[in-house]
Design a protein around this ligand. Structure first.
Ligand code: ASP
Ligand code: MG
Length: 469
């Protein structure tokens, strides 16, 4: 029995044109696989709008969040209006949309009434997960209309997580149990579950979310727990690219990557994948494809166990924003690391992850990335939070903070290919390098530079990468 998990991103469920593509892909793969398991994101832009609504509710701005909810209602209802659905399917769907948004409005109301409430993060997650619940119902109805047994499933009943609202992690043992009990029997009855991405719930049933872009992670959690054979992620780009095409127009699709390479890529700024989704797939050797929903015949990118012995190519270059802390001091950095973590958590809800540090006889530099998933304001917010803490706590050492960019080049066996490393540094000619880290994953090299040099660094390294091919 072969099972395929497919995840459809926000751009592939946001319009009737895209939904028509989704339908034809599902119809086709339904013929080829024994079981299909689908995961959907919210319509594109919806999660951003929900976050804004939650923030306005928190500020007791009733008019503000009501306006957003009204706009969301119109958008979903008019999408349903345009879909080729029968009357009863359409009426039921419209009623569902109204009920979900009405309940969500209720949560906003409670939040607006109790601005200082301690359960704010929990209420946020209740509000911002509604986008996926709406989208799953729309896709399931469309499948049923086309004689497929689509059923919308809320992942709150399947994915059991910890209580880290906004960035929860799954309890894989409990999740597997629930999936075996509740989801696998559906597959045997030829049902196509359409599961909400992004959301889960604590063991007590409180809704949580898995971090921005979390639907990817949902797909990998489900695939592992349901013993799926492959995961296909449908996006509105051709696959993983050699660079962000918005920054480097010459960027190309990468046909094949190892799990390690793609994990570094996702971590260091490629926005297509949720960084935490790779681990479970690597552990269970489940191949992952990334494909363009508007060009389903093109191959896209394949990620799987690859024998990289002797491989000599650079695959991609990424950039990500970060903060660098410098001080005329050399010695243990434990205290400063803890402070960075606290500041980042208070400002963004994410913990500080990998930090790149370098010390000389009399100076230190600590640099850390701000994940793109933390949102566009996160870099500034973290800097402010850090400045406050530094002033309050470490008055005797003059730590200074600066914005930095971390530019990472990815390719297998980079640590052995000294010629390529020399090439990267040559490509960076003329750009001041503030720090360097060669990844222990053996497939990445990061340089810390001033943000003003980002474009030049990306172009120059990408040029070299393309010409080396
Ligand atoms: N809708 C959620 C977000 O925008 C999750 C996802 O799209 O993967 O972050
Ligand atoms: Mg995404």
């Amino acid at each position: 029995m072969r099972t395929l998990t497919m995840k459809f991103g926000g751009a592939s469920v946001g319009t009737t044109t895209a939904l028509t593509q989704v339908l034809s892909i599902v119809l086709q793969e339904h013929e080829r696989w024994d079981h299909l398991l689908l995961v959907v994101s919210a319509l594109d832009g919806v999660t951003d709008a929900l976050i804004e609504a939650a923030q306005l509710a928190h500020l007791s701005n009733r008019r503000g969040y009501r306006r957003i909810v009204a706009t969301l209602r119109t958008r979903h209802l008019s999408l349903v209006e345009q879909l080729p659905l029968g009357t009863s399917e359409r009426n039921a769907l419209q009623a569902d949309i109204d009920r979900l948004l009405f309940d969500m409005l209720d949560v906003c109301q409670t939040m607006a009434d109790t601005p200082g409430g301690s359960s704010i993060p929990a209420m946020f997650d209740k509000i911002i997960g509604v986008g996926e619940r709406l989208a799953a119902r729309i896709v399931a109805a469309l499948l049923r209309q086309n004689n497929l047994r689509g059923v919308a499933i809320d992942a709150t009943d399947l994915i059991v997580t910890d209580k880290v609202f906004g960035n929860a992690s799954p309890d894989m043992a409990l999740t597997r149990q629930r999936i075996t009990q509740n989801l696998l029997p559906m597959l045997t009855r030829s049902i196509i579950p359409v599961v909400t991405g992004f959301i889960g719930a604590t063991p007590e049933g409180q809704p949580t979310t898995l971090g921005r872009g979390g639907s990817d992670y949902t797909a990998s959690i489900l695939a592992v727990s349901a013993n799926a054979d492959e995961v296909w992620m449908w996006a509105d780009v051709d696959g993983m690219m050699t660079a962000d095409p918005q920054e480097v127009p010459e960027a190309r699709t990468i046909p094949l990557l190892s799990y390690d390479e793609v994990a570094e890529l996702a971590y260091f700024g490629a926005r297509i994948l949720h960084a935490r989704m790779i681990g479970p797939l690597r552990e269970h050797h489940i191949p992952l494809w990334i494909k363009n929903v508007f060009k389903p015949r093109e191959t896209g990118t394949l990620i799987q166990d690859v024998n990289l012995d002797g491989a000599q190519t650079l695959k991609a270059v990424t950039s990500i924003s970060g903060l660098g802390l410098g001080a005329p001091y050399s010695g243990p950095l434990t205290h400063i690391s803890a402070m960075i973590d606290e500041a980042m958590f208070s400002a963004t809800g994410s913990h500080a992850d990998v930090m790149i540090s370098a010390q000389s006889s009399a100076r230190s530099l600590v640099s850390f990335i701000i994940p793109t998933s933390a949102g566009p304001e996160a870099v500034r917010a973290t800097r402010t939070a850090l400045e406050k803490r530094l002033q309050a706590e470490v008055s005797d050492t003059l730590w200074t903070i600066q914005f930095v960019t971390i530019v990472t080049t990815i390719g297998a066996n980079l640590d052995e290919l000294t010629g390529l490393i020399a090439g990267i540094f040559q490509a960076l000619g003329g750009i001041r390098i503030l720090g360097i880290a060669q990844g222990p994953s053996r497939c990445s090299l990061s340089v810390i530079i001033d943000p003003k040099d980002t474009e030049r660094a990306l172009f120059q390294i990408h040029d070299m990468l393309i010409n080396n091919d």
